[in-house]
Design a protein around this ligand. Structure first.
Ligand code: NAD
Length: 490
């Protein structure tokens, strides 16, 4: 079946692959079983991918181990050059990649295109960083010795990614891994495998050797089990929920594998009385409603100081009321479908719980197409910390406003969660800026901005939001081991 290409708008239909990639071979599952992938906007089947398990994962790990032997020996310039070519091809095919992403994930086409460019930026960045992997020398305690610190590739890495950014979460891990000299086995989300497979097609065209990038599709638990147990895998880089992150951490313990974990968030978005109101409203819209509210750095709790509460609510209300909901391919749509039925149920559960506990609807969009997988953008007032939406990621277009009186109270509410990924706050007061930035227990803080994702800055969380950092010059360190060389008898 080649359902997706019937749409007929791809410039290069070959980017739509329904096979997995192992050792340079595009192939089926051993059992020939397949898993369907659904378009969340129409609930129609887009296509299928091989339903693979442990055996195919072992084969992919073997292929990555074989490729590692020569890949790690390439010069940094060679690896960087191949990444540059991959970047060029991603940008050249960005329209097709964006359409594919929207069809399987749902986000509006403009956001999908922004994600492809964001994803590509990591490939470019780490193509450049490859040349800057350095070491150091350390003054020796004795005259007849020299001490050198060398950086070496970690080895075969498992890359497990979520559905909410099906392109960028892959490039953010794979580009630094490859730049460092590692090879990878990617397990994309079962909801959005086609974006990953298209990246595989382009990597192959770029000349990245067989086995350097392997992509296994299918059963998460079976594939995950092999990735955790197999001794050849030296590192697991995961983006997804805290629940699965903890499971992987336990599974990786016996083999003492390295881990990078980018997990869930519960971002506070604090608006102080002295904020620039328009800037704060713009930031809240960007941060809360991007990807329909399905991002790990989404403003989940909007805390507004009493003196500015009504004015802020009124301005945000007019924006929320005007949001168009619909298929991501439709002109003017800003909120696409949610990823699956479970996402809709969670949003409805949070909403019902909040209304029962005293929240009120300030504004809502009246644009809601037929179908189970759309959620209405809603602005809620009078939210409190007892509500479910205060303690869990809602992952949908529901924006709850919490009223607070003092700075101390806002910081206590903001930090009162086991998560620590992103936080935002708005103030025009310089002293408060420093105080609050330093008091927030989060890996990333946006001061007077709702935009914090870029390839040049470290991305990652503290507490139960994860371990390690992606992007920036730190991102490549996650894929490098330190070897100390002591040279004696000189
Ligand atoms: P998820 O944890 O359900 O799935 C993530 C990936 O793990 C998928 O590929 C899934 O198939 C796989 N998986 C599930 N069970 C597994 C198992 N037993 N073994 C191995 N792999 C397994 O998360 P999701 O629903 O796809 O994504 C949403 C979550 O991701 C949210 O919590 C969000 O906050 C988080 N997220 C975090 C970041 C970040 O950078 N911190 C970025 C995006 C998303």
């Amino acid at each position: 079946m080649n359902a997706i290409t019937k749409i007929g708008t791809f410039n290069d239909a070959d980017l739509f692959r329904q096979q997995a990639l192992i050792g340079g071979v595009w192939r089926e599952a051993d059992t020939k079983g397949v898993a369907e992938v659904t378009n969340p906007a129409s609930l129609t089947v887009l296509g299928t991918v091989p339903d693979m398990g442990g055996d195919e994962t072992r084969a992919a790990i073997g292929a990555a181990a074989e490729a590692f032997r020569s890949w790690k020996k390439k010069t940094h310039a060679e690896r960087g050059g191949l990444l540059e070519r991959w970047h060029g091809l991603i940008r050249r095919h960005e329209q097709d990649l964006a359409l594919l992403l929207t069809l399987e994930q749902g986000k509006p086409l403009a956001e999908a295109l922004a994600e492809i460019r964001y994803g590509a930026s990591f490939v470019k960045w780490f193509a450049e960083e490859a040349r800057r992997i350095g070491g150091s020398t350390i003054p020796s305690p004795t005259a007849d010795r020299r001490i050198l610190v060398l950086k070496e590739a970690v080895g075969v890495c498992a890359v497990i990614t979520p559905w909410n950014f099906p392109n960028a979460m892959i490039t953010r891990k794979v580009a630094p891994a490859l730049a460092a000299g590692c090879t990878v086995v990617i397990k994309p989300s079962e909801f959005t495998p086609f974006s990953a497979l298209a990246l595989g097609v382009l990597a192959e065209r770029a000349g990245i050797p067989a086995g350097v990038i392997n992509i296994v599709t299918g059963m998460p638990a079976e594939i995950g089990k092999e990735l955790m147990a197999n001794e050849t895998v030296r590192k697991i880089s995961f983006t997804g929920s805290t629940r699965v992150g903890a499971l992987l951490m336990k599974g990786a313990a016996d083999g003492i594998k390295r881990l990078s974990l980018e997990l869930g968030g519960n971002a506070p978005f604090i608006v102080f009385d002295d904020a620039d109101l328009d800037l704060a409203v713009e930031g809240a819209v960007n941060s809360k409603f991007r990807n329909g509210g399905q991002t790990c750095v989404c403003a989940n709790r909007i805390l507004v100081q009493a003196g500015i509460y009504e004015a802020f609510a009124a301005k945000l209300a007019s924006q929320v009321a005007g949001m168009k909901v619909g298929p991501g391919t439709e002109e003017g749509v800003v909120i696409g479908p949610m990823i699956n039925g479970a996402a809709i149920e969670k949003i409805e559960r949070h909403l019902a719980d909040a209304l029962e506990k005293g929240a009120r609807i300030i504004a809502q969009s009246d644009s809601l197409p037929e179908g189970r997988q759309y959620a209405r953008p809603i602005l809620l007032g009078d939210a409190t910390t007892e509500m479910l939406l205060a303690s869990e990621e809602t992952f949908g277009p529901v924006a709850p406003l919490f009223r607070f009186e003092t700075e101390e109270e806002a910081i206590a509410i903001a930090n009162g969660t086991p998560f620590g990924l992103a936080a935002y706050f708005y103030t025009e007061n310089l002293k408060r800026s420093w105080r609050v930035a330093e008091a927030l227990e989060f890996g990333m803080v946006g001061l007077n901005t709702g935009l914090i994702s870029t390839e040049v800055a470290p991305f990652g969380g503290v507490k139960q939001s994860g371990l390690g950092r992606e992007g920036s010059q730190l991102g490549i360190e996650e894929y490098l081991e330190v070897k100390t060389l002591h040279v004696g008898g000189l």
